[in-house]
Design a protein around this ligand. Structure first.
Ligand code: AMP
Length: 213
């Protein structure tokens, strides 16, 4: 099962991707997570990506396409994967088609999450992420049991540099200009499914499951 999750920052792609990973036993591939890890490890890729990420801009297409090609060739992607945050431009989507074609594969479903922009801003400004396991919290709607401490692994929580309000506005603008056109791209390919990204995570997950199975 090969799935793409589309939608603006804060739409819930990461949360739903983690749930799909658990339910179907396929890896979650988040280009954002891969790039953040590279930045944390101070690799060449990470250093190149960090400035752009912190400014809310997209990392170059060739760079992320290289990351994805390498990742989906790995053994654990044999039975499928969930792409979370990739593709983000038409060029990336076209290169993904070519890459999968070379491997004799294709995408089974593209799920687009629709969420009001004020809700997105509230979700992102309040988002706190675990510095170790990546679990996500929200200051008011999903606080950890102990302030700033991850319920899952006990590591400290942090606010992503790009989850600050000015950067969020930039990210939403980039989304409208660069990523939203992908809906038309996948609509034409016939595999776009759209769902509201509001409601409990379980409700959304049950809608997503009925769309991908
Ligand atoms: P995310 O965690 O998906 O919100 O991504 C965080 C940041 O990583 C984005 O704002 C971009 O700077 C970068 N990024 C992640 N995925 C991509 C992608 N597919 N293309 C370009 N930049 C990306």
């Amino acid at each position: 099962m090969r799935i793409i999750l589309l939608g603006p920052p804060g739409a819930g792609k990461g949360t739903q991707a983690k749930m799909l990973k658990e339910r179907f036993g396929i890896p979650q591939i988040s280009t954002g997570d891969i790039l953040r890890k590279a930045a944390q490890d101070n690799t060449k890729l990470g250093r190149q990506a960090k400035t752009l990420m912190d400014a809310g801009k997209l990392v170059q297409d060739d760079t992320v396409i290289g990351v994805i090609r390498e990742r989906i060739a790995q053994e654990d992607c044999r039975n499928g994967f969930v792409l979370d945050g990739f593709p983000r431009t038409i060029v990336q989507a076209e290169k993904l088609v070519d890459t999968l074609k070379d491997m004799d594969l294709s995408i089974d479903a593209v799920v687009d999450f629709v969420v009001d922009s004020q809700v997105l801003i509230n979700r992102l400004t309040g988002r706190r992420t675990c510095s170790d396991c990546g679990a996500m919290y929200h200051e008011t709607s999903r606080p950890p049991r102990i302030r700033n401490v991850c319920d899952v692994c006990g590591a400290s929580l942090y606010q992503r540099e790009d989850d600050k309000e000015e950067t969020i506005k930039k990210r939403l603008e980039v989304y409208q200009n660069e990523t939203a056109p992908l809906k038309e791209f996948y609509r034409k390919q016939g595999n776009l499914k759209t769902t509201q990204g509001c409601g409990s995570v379980e409700e959304i997950f049950s809608r997503v499951c009925s769309m991908v199975t």
